[in-house]
Design a protein around this ligand. Sequence first.
Ligand SMILES: Cc1cc2nc3c(=O)[nH]c(=O)nc-3n(C[C@H](O)[C@H](O)[C@H](O)COP(=O)(O)OP(=O)(O)OC[C@H]3O[C@@H](n4cnc5c(N)ncnc54)[C@H](O)[C@@H]3O)c2cc1C
Length: 365
Amino acid sequence: MEKYPLPRDKPCGGGVTLRAASQAGVDLGPVVERTIYGARISLRLGAHVDLWHPLPLAFMTQRCRLDSYLASLAAQAGAEIHDGEPAVALKWDGAKVEVRTNKNTYYSPIVVGADGANGLASRILGARQTFEEAVALEGNVPFPPQAAQEWQEVIALDLGGISGGYGWVFPKGDHLNIGVGGWKYAARLLRPGLQSLCARYDLRFHRLENLRGYHLPLRRPYSPLVGRGILLVGDAAGLVDPLSGEGIHMAFVSASLAAEAIGAYLEGKACCLSSYVQAISRHVAPELEISRQLHELFHLAPPPYVLLLQRSRHFWRLFCHLIRGEIDYRGLMRLLGPLAYLVKYFSHLAQARRQNRLRLLGLLP
Ligand SMILES: Cc1cc2nc3c(=O)[nH]c(=O)nc-3n(C[C@H](O)[C@H](O)[C@H](O)COP(=O)(O)OP(=O)(O)OC[C@H]3O[C@@H](n4cnc5c(N)ncnc54)[C@H](O)[C@@H]3O)c2cc1C
């Protein structure tokens, strides 16, 4: 079931890192508008440094294209796509889930809740209420005539400006996508932040099209994943990477873990869907936890990390390995050796400090 008629667009930068693409299980080539080999890194709208990698780092697409392409591949593989048909109610009767839509009522032993950050499935399982939230605001601007060459194979990342997030410029086939994100309580800074980022890159804010914001759900260790015949994946499960704000990667990963667990259940090899919970605990949760720690540490004092990224080839290469999926966060921690304990310790301190400040400001209960 898809709420809107396909192709539908949605608020998203449409950046698919190599690590995400490698989990898609299909060739994304037909919907890739640009392949990215470099990043233009700046600190708080200051001077930027262009950093390059010989191999691709990310693919740029648009969600209206990517998502309907994936839906068409699913249809070719036998799925029956009901677009423009939102689920309006989900009810577990002890043996199957009743799915009511605006057109019909369906019954299924299992429903996969892939309905995103605001979805029904996540709300019914009580997951959404447990998420910490980030927010982002983005829009598109046609390529300024002189800029098309300049943005061929590079994205811009402006770091350290907005609490909990960053600004980006992502080049697409015929336009630039520009956006900013941060902690939910920094939402009021997004619009002025986006205006400043536009000015920084000589883009006209008032010419932005499709300006829109949305949230990014970040799960907590106790956030539910399965219950009442429903299994949550992607944003519905709160699987956005806190450090990068990337959600497509874990949406792909969780979808394939869910498929394995459902397959085992339907073939009678498993008595319930708890193998999905175990798989997320083993493969996804530790990654998101380390990402959360690095995120807290980074936002405690961004300048040294940004300077390190701009000046150290070694640090940049490590960043590329992460984006390309050649190393994961756990691999990074192993590389850090005993320093990993310091990351954990100081990230707890950073989180406690941030939360205390928010309580003082009345932004946290
Ligand atoms: C501004 C912004 C920029 C971002 N940029 C990036 C980026 O560049 N790269 C990246 O990796 N991540 C990015 N993210 C995160 C990314 O968009 C999400 O993490 C990702 O889309 C999650 O995929 P999903 O399939 O779980 O959910 P979604 O992509 O949100 O899909 C959910 C689908 O469910 C449908 N739906 C909702 N309710 C119902 C219903 N009741 N019945 C039927 N269908 C329903 C929706 O219409 C939608 O099609 C960004 C997020 C934001 C807000």
